[in-house]
Design a protein around this ligand. Structure first.
Ligand SMILES: *Cc1c(COP(=O)(O)O)cnc(C)c1O
Length: 410
């Protein structure tokens, strides 16, 4: 494979670091990020080259921080981007698209992208045990990919997650450790463990590698839009990493001449019950006030101290986007209109994206013209319980034509 991955670099001071299992700058504690030789990369990548690559996220491998060809998650990505005529009509916009990672492979969320990169890198660096702090989907993806690639795995989650997400990890025979407390507590414990055991924590010591995987969702959007940056992209946020990386993909595509440089807006979406990024954005500050006790049905987004929140706000501001939030009822409404109009069953995080998009359009932050992409990041079957009291009950009848006639006539 052709390699363009240069080094890790502190996002604050720019100091560079070797390509190891390291994630913070020793001088100012800034996060480390993968950087590339854009001079060479620009000469190498073309639309034709990328289009002729594998039907997976790995067609963008030149933009990913690996030294060898990938070994994990070879079937991940290239999820559908669909034109959402019917939802667009309901929301009052002309050209709406859904990027649907609810059907990503193998574990039905965008987290398959980040895990594929992190575990491929973990193998390159000779780690044999992989782990993560998770709000559910990351645990599912790590467990599934570890099972199929022969890593031993441990996942740490808040003990009160949805049953489907707990089972969706246990089934792969990973060790599931439920922590009494919020995600922030889980994450803090993982940092401590990572200091003591030589494990690859995909979102702690492997975070620079993990995070780059999210860019592939951005590259796919560009290619599937016919190599054009959408005017508006709406992205739900937990740590804020996905949002910043979709923007990084857009900027790298501009640098490499894959798309025309033009103004575009990146919009953030959070649940009202855990909205540290949106609250800071709306207050006009960069200073994120942690949410110590998140309370929302969107558990996958319930991170009270978002690691990339500061950078997410910078991205939203720089691009002229907006950050919105929605309450639990609005989340359920969002899930329902997406399902009823487009036949897509998203998890609560998708309800946040759709609900916030609706508000952004109503308030004029997204105009009715222009190309709009909503990023759907997880699958509704994993959080189906939240809909229990919000749908029509099923009708139960005796197996007779008379009973059937009666209910059809109604
Ligand atoms: C993890 C997750 C996100 C957001 O992830 P960040 O990169 O931490 O902002 C969004 N949607 C779903 C379904 C997730 O599981």
């Amino acid at each position: 494979m052709k390699e363009f991955f240069d080094c890790l670099k502190c996002k604050e001071c720019g100091r560079t670091y070797p390509k190891e299992a390291q994630h913070v700058c020793e001088f100012d504690f800034g996060p480390l990020e993968a950087t590339y030789n854009y001079h060479k990369l620009k000469k190498y990548v073309t639309r034709q080259l990328l289009e002729s690559g594998p039907h997976s996220m790995w067609r963008y491998e030149a933009f990913l921080p690996l030294e060898e060809s990938p070994t994990v998650g070879l079937h991940t990505g290239m999820t559908p981007l669909i034109r959402a005529h019917r939802l667009g009509k309901v929301l009052g916009v002309k050209e709406l698209y859904i990027k649907n990672d609810a059907i990503n492979y193998p574990s039905l969320s965008f987290k398959d992208r980040v895990v594929s990169v992190a575990l491929s890198r973990a193998r390159e660096l000779n780690f044999s045990i992989v782990s993560c702090a998770s709000t559910g989907n990351l645990a599912n993806s790590l467990a599934a990919n570890a099972a199929s690639s022969g890593f031993k795995s441990y996942v740490l989650i808040p003990a009160d997650l949805e049953l489907a997400k707990v089972i969706g990890s246990l089934v792969y025979k990973t060790k599931v450790i439920g922590i009494r407390g919020s995600y922030d507590k889980v994450n803090r414990l993982c940092s401590e463990i990572a200091g003591k055991y030589r494990w690859a924590f995909v979102n702690v010591n492997f975070r620079p590698y993990y995070a780059e995987g999210s860019k592939t969702m951005g590259f796919e959007i560009l290619e599937q839009m016919g190599w054009e940056i959408p005017d508006h992209t709406v992205i739900c946020m937990a740590s804020g990493s996905l949002l910043t990386k979709i923007d990084k993909a857009y900027r790298e595509a501009i640098i490499c001449g894959l798309v025309e440089d033009k103004p575009y807006a990146i919009h953030g979406a959070q649940a009202l019950g855990c909205n540290p990024i949106t609250a800071a954005f709306k207050k006009g500050t960069d200073l994120i006030r942690p949410v110590p006790n998140p309370s929302t049905i969107a558990k996958s987004l319930a991170i009270g101290t978002p690691a990339d929140g500061f950078y997410a706000i910078q991205t939203i501001r720089r691009t002229g986007g907006f950050s919105e939030d929605v309450n639990d009822l609005e989340i359920i409404e969002g899930i329902k209109i997406l399902a009823e109009t487009e036949g897509i069953f998203a998890e609560t995080a998708g309800g946040v994206t759709v609900g916030c998009a609706k508000k952004l359009i109503e308030k004029g932050h997204i105009p009715p013209s222009g190309k709009i992409v909503l990023c759907i990041t997880g699958n509704g079957l994993k959080t189906a319980d939240v809909l229990k009291d919000h749908l029509q009950p099923i009708q139960i009848i005796d197996p007779t034509i008379q009973d059937f006639d009666k209910i059809v006539a109604l």
